[in-house]
Design a protein around this ligand. Structure first.
Ligand code: C2G
Length: 130
């Protein structure tokens, strides 16, 4: 059985997130998703997500091609998470291209093309400008 793992904030869940998760799931038999905590997101982006981590986890957990999700507390803990969940493949969007190649000693690392023209930041801009 092959386990796929991916990570993300998935704030203001949109079609780019769905496309990524759906394609990630096709790389194995089960898909595990690490969802960034609010605190991790604040430290990365300097703002809180629009949806809090419990709601973001609930949304990801509700997708039929996601088997399990957990809170990602630190970007530096990827190796631990991959080993803990026994993941065979790490899938990330290509905005992270090359960034996780150092993990290829313990799993296959795959970068998928991002869905063009959709992002949480843009959605927030559109809504706030109305
Ligand atoms: N994504 C995509 N197409 C978009 C927007 C996002 O394919 N138009 C993908 C990203 O490449 C990522 C996933 O959806 O693989 C989640 O995106 P974000 O929530 O923006 O993830 P990020 O904040 O980059 O967190 O440890 C890594 C981080 O947790 C990733």
């Amino acid at each position: 059985m092959k386990t796929v793992i991916t990570f993300g904030t998935f704030d203001v869940f949109h079609v780019g997130h769905v496309n990524l998760l759906q394609r990630a799931a096709t790389y194995g038999d089960r898909l595990i998703v690490g969802v960034s905590t609010d605190e991790l997101n604040f430290s990365k982006k300097g703002r809180n997500p629009v949806y809090n981590q419990d709601d973001r986890m609930k949304i990801i957990n509700g997708l039929r091609y996601v088997n399990l999700c957990f809170e990602e507390y630190s970007l530096e803990k990827k190796r631990e998470y991959i080993e803990y969940y026994g993941a065979d493949i790490l899938v990330m969007g290509d905005d992270w291209k090359g960034k996780f190649d150092y993990l290829s000693d313990i799993c296959e690392v795959v970068y998928l093309e991002r869905t063009p023209s959709v992002s949480t930041t843009e959605i927030i801009e559109v809504i706030t400008s109305r």
